[in-house]
Each structure stands twice: as structure tokens, then as C-alpha cells.
Design a protein around this ligand. Structure first.
Ligand code: MN
Ligand code: MN
Length: 316
């Protein structure tokens, strides 16, 4: 960027609970001529299988992000808003009534953001269905990517009530469409029972590796980070974070809660130690604020979004 970036509303002049409603009160997309990274809301939950409500996620995460101090990220050692132009691109308009049409709208919107110079983004969901059109849009520019996927669930199921595109299937569809580089993708935080043991065999056949939530107790966070980093090497990475990777104690406001998950401290520690990977796009999905209490889930999600922005800037 040639001009100096437009930063956030200064908290010393306007209290953080007031002022504009963009993510962490950063610049709105209309305030700048160009940008490097966009925060984008994807309010869609038509692919949800259990509790609906993630369509309200972007609004809740932006509200919770008021509490952030985006000036300096201590662990990444970056002042993200000073180093590059980060904007809030608002929400993409998505139909609530038609999943394929919703995917088309999301892909079109994300392609516009990526543009002709590979702008990066952190998308706020929405249910996990949105990862598929995000990957399609990124693939058009970057080609196949490595996937780092934090989730309680595999999301590589085939169909549910005959529907091929739901929040439980994005990564199987992505694999079938050639959007992922085989044997360079990994799930972290998987736990709980599954429909059938074949689910795990299918997942392995598609070249995914798994670090289960319980594995972290045995191997420790450091070793897990090492496995993830070696898995993706210096390939372009799509980093997808289903907030249900956190234990319901740390993220009750989500559609498909699963006991025995990560603490928010564990997740943040992993992200901070993953410094060095080449993230070209990311999402934080499945925040469903109607089931939240005292903004527990949306504060965790807002913090994760800011960490992802900082990770991208630190490696830009
Ligand atoms: Mn999940
Ligand atoms: Mn998921």
C-alpha cells in the first residue's frame, strides 16, 4: 500500500463500547481505495443439521470484537493495522432458502475480495457450509491448497438427508472437486462418537490426518503444532476454525456442541505457535449467539479472528 493504512477508531478518543460497528472498529471497506486483508461476514445457516442460528454469528462476533485492543498483538509481535490495510467488508448478501444459490453468492463475493492480487480474508460464519465456496473462490487464484481444520467434527461426511452440501460435508466436496492438496490436510480437535466407523476410513482415504482432542493430552500442544506445521509445509493454507472445537464450557453458543473440547487458551496457543504458515484465507464459523451466555463464545471467536489477522500480517 502506498498511502498509510486507515486504522481503527482510537479507544482513547471514543470508548470501545461506542462508535462504529465494524469488526474491532477497523475501517469500513468504503473508507479506503484498496486493502490487503478483509474481514467478511457470511450470515448463512441453511446447512445446519442440529441447532440453527449461526446466521447471527457475524453480528455477534463484531459486537464482541469491540472489547479487542487491535493496536498491537503481543504474541505475534505485530501492529496489524499499521502494517497493512485491513478492512471490514461487511456481510455478503446470501439467500436463506437455497444452498447451491447461497454457495454461488458467497463464491462470487469472495472472488471479488480476492481480486487480481490475492487479497486475503478472514470470514466470519455462518455455518461450516461456507468453507466450500470460500475454497472454490481461493482455488481460482491459488490452485489446490492445504487445509488446517479445527473442529469437533470431521465435516467429510457424504450426504445428510440426501443433501450433498451441508455444514457436515464441505471438506469431502472440496476433496472431490480437487480444491485440496492430497495428504497435506489435517483436522485438529476431533472428538465424540460418529455415525459409522467407515466415516474415519473415508476420511483417511481422502488423505486427511487427524489430531483428536484427546491426543493433545498425550502429545501436548507443542508436538501437535509441529505435526500441523510439517503437514502443510510452505503450501498455501486455508485455515478453518469451527468454534465447536472449543469445549462447550468455552463456546456454548454453537450449533453442534460436543463435550471434551479444547480450552480457548489451548486453541490460541496453537494458533500463535503456527506462526510461519502461509495462510491465504481463513474462517471462523458456527457461532450461534442465541445459545451463548455473556458473549463467552463470541468473545472467543472475536479473539480468534484477531489472531488470524495477526498471523497473516506476521507472515505477509
Ligand atoms: Mn463442528
Ligand atoms: Mn464444522
Amino acid at each position: 500500500m502506498s498511502e498509510s493504512p486507515v486504522g481503527a477508531v482510537p479507544a482513547t478518543q471514543v470508548p470501545r463500547y461506542a462508535g462504529k460497528g465494524t469488526f474491532a472498529r477497523i475501517a469500513d471497506i468504503h473508507e479506503v481505495t484498496d486493502y490487503d486483508i478483509a474481514v467478511v461476514g457470511l450470515p448463512f445457516d441453511g446447512g445446519t443439521s442440529y441447532r440453527p442460528g449461526a446466521r447471527f454469528g457475524p453480528m455477534a462476533v463484531r459486537q464482541a470484537a469491540r472489547t479487542l485492543r487491535p493496536g498491537f498483538h503481543v504474541e505475534f509481535g505485530v501492529a496489524p493495522l499499521e502494517q497493512v490495510q485491513i478492512v471490514d467488508a461487511g456481510d455478503i448478501t446470501i439467500t436463506p432458502f437455497d444452498i447451491p444459490e447461497a454457495c454461488t453468492q458467497i463464491e462470487r463475493g469472495m472472488r471479488e475480495i480476492i481480486g487480481d492480487r490475492a487479497r486475503k480474508f478472514v470470514a466470519i460464519g455462518g455455518d461450516h457450509t461456507v468453507a466450500l465456496p470460500n475454497l472454490r473462490a481461493l482455488h481460482a487464484f491459488h490452485g489446490p491448497m492445504a487445509l488446517v481444520h479445527f473442529d469437533a467434527h470431521l465435516d467429510t461426511w457424504d450426504t445428510y438427508f440426501n443433501a450433498p452440501v451441508t455444514h457436515g460435508t464441505p471438506f469431502r466436496r472440496a476433496f472431490e472437486e480437487g480444491l485440496l492438496i492430497e495428504d497435506h490436510s489435517i483436522h485438529v480437535g476431533i472428538r465424540g462418537p460418529i455415525y459409522d466407523r467407515m466415516d474415519l476410513e473415508d476420511d483417511a482415504r481422502m488423505g486427511f490426518k487427524i489430531i483428536r482432542a484427546g491426543d493433545l493430552d498425550v502429545m501436548g500442544v507443542e508436538a501437535a503444532v509441529d505435526v500441523v506445521a510439517r503437514r502443510v509445509d510452505d503450501l498455501p493454507v486455508y485455515l478453518s476454525i469451527d468454534i465447536d472445537v472449543l469445549d462447550p464450557a468455552f463456546a456454548p453458543g454453537t450449533g453442534t456442541p460436543e463435550s471434551g473440547g479444547l480450552t480457548s487458551r489451548e486453541l490460541l496457543r496453537m494458533l500463535r505457535q503456527l506462526n510461519g504458515i502461509n495462510v491465504v484465507g481463513a474462517d471462523v464459523v458456527e457461532v450461534a449467539p442465541a445459545y451463548d451466555h455473556a458473549e463467552i463464545t463470541s468473545i472467543a471467536a472475536a479473539t480468534v479472528v484477531f489472531d488470524l489477522l495477526s498471523l497473516i500480517v506476521a507472515n505477509g
